[in-house]
Design a protein around this ligand. Structure first.
Ligand SMILES: C[S@@+](CC[C@H](N)C(=O)[O-])C[C@H]1O[C@@H](n2cnc3c(N)ncnc32)[C@H](O)[C@@H]1O
Length: 351
């Protein structure tokens, strides 16, 4: 039996707020370095006080929900375990240096800027993927990109990215209570395995197959998840899954769909449907869409400009719930917090 510590949720929330303040400070420092190196000021509109207050109120609500979810036992407090601090602070100067490269790419509007290491992988990958999403150095195709990725995402979301990822867990737990014994999950576009870690902590007995198009990111995921049993790794595409039909109990992804053209989004959903068992669950976490967060129109419009996200605008106006229903999924349920929403839906049992 787990002991409940009095005030545990307040301590948890306090820790998460401090962590968020830390990443927000790093976020504010990057445009300063960018200005010093390029002489360009970036998106002053997101710095408007009213918008910032609204965004930070949402961020607070998300972190509070995350603390409540820990208190209610949806996932253990271990999800908050900080990374090694020496590694964290050693990485930060690399992020500042990379920020300079990103700023130059943004200024020059270069989004197909790859060196030898990334070029080696490019030819086998789909055309829509052959770009520097976020103006990121190496796209998703270098070891350095994989090393910096999670930290950069936390900076982008002021330390709320992990809590956004975890939004999906209670929705899945409500369908699959317990430790995940006998269940086989597929995480599509798992990147460096950040959500996989949280899913393994929440469902320690489940088997999770981790899939991504990027070899360097998969390699990093393998390193990050080496302490977990029953995790395997497969290189492949969401829209052409290398698995037989009816294999999985859950197919889920995080921050994938906004980076796909509409037709590929549809194909990825169709593939999830195909590889799920009857009654199986399809879920995702991704950016909110226009219908979900009318107050955040400014952010939904600015994000693809600042971060080279060519399919994002189309993503925001094509509700994912509609695509899931069209495919035949039913019992759609969702939750949202800060700039993210989590959605789950079930493949029906045949009559
Ligand atoms: C924004 S990152 C999200 C990574 C991770 N899920 C997370 O929570 O941080 C997008 C990931 O999707 C992967 N990806 C993009 N298109 C893909 C596709 N068609 N099939 C599989 N993976 C894809 C990229 O390689 C990258 O790792």
């Amino acid at each position: 039996m787990k002991l409940k510590i009095p005030y545990q949720d307040k301590i948890t929330l306090g820790y998460s707020l401090a962590r968020s303040a830390h990443f927000a400070a790093q976020q504010f420092s990057l445009p300063i370095f960018e200005f010093l190196t390029t002489g360009k000021r970036r998106h002053p509109q997101s710095l408007e006080l009213a918008k910032m207050k609204r965004a930070y109120a949402e961020l607070y609500q998300l972190l509070k929900k995350d603390a409540d979810n820990i208190q209610h036992g949806y996932y253990p407090i271990d999800v908050l375990k900080p990374e090694n601090l020496t590694e964290h602070f050693r990485r930060y100067p690399r992020i500042i240096m990379d920020g300079y490269q990103i700023a130059k790419r943004r200024t020059d509007k270069r989004n197909k800027d790859f060196g030898d290491e990334a070029n080696e992988f490019l030819k086998e990958l789909p055309e829509y993927y052959q770009r520097n999403f976020h103006f990121q150095t190496g796209g998703y195709l270098t070891k350095q990109s994989a090393d910096l990725y999670e930290h950069q995402v936390e900076i982008l979301f002021s330390g709320a990215a992990d809590a956004m990822r975890r939004l999906i867990i209670p929705l899945v737990k409500d369908i699959y209570p317990g430790q995940g014994e006998g269940l086989h999950f597929l995480e599509v576009a798992a990147g460096t395995g950040r959500l996989t870690r949280f899913m393994k902590l929440a469902f320690p007995k489940a088997r999770i197959t981790v899939l991504d198009l990027s070899y360097p990111y998969l390699k990093k995921a393998q390193d990050n998840l080496h302490d977990f049993a029953r995790v395997d790794f497969v290189q492949g595409a969401a829209e052409d899954l290398p698995f037989q039909a009816g294999k999985f109990d859950l197919v889920y992804s995080c921050f994938l769909f906004h980076e796909l053209p509409l037709e590929i989004r549809r194909q990825a959903i169709a593939e999830a449907y195909r590889v799920l068992k009857e009654g199986g669950v399809c879920g995702f976490v991704d950016s909110v869409q226009k219908e979900d967060a009318k107050d955040f129109d400014w952010a939904l419009e600015q994000f693809p400009v600042d971060f080279h996200e060519p399919f994002y605008k189309n993503y925001t106006v094509n509700p994912m719930e509609g695509l899931l229903s069209y495919q035949g999924f039913e019992k759609i349920r969702k939750d949202q917090g800060f700039f993210a929403k989590a959605v789950v839906a079930q493949k029906p049992f045949s009559a």
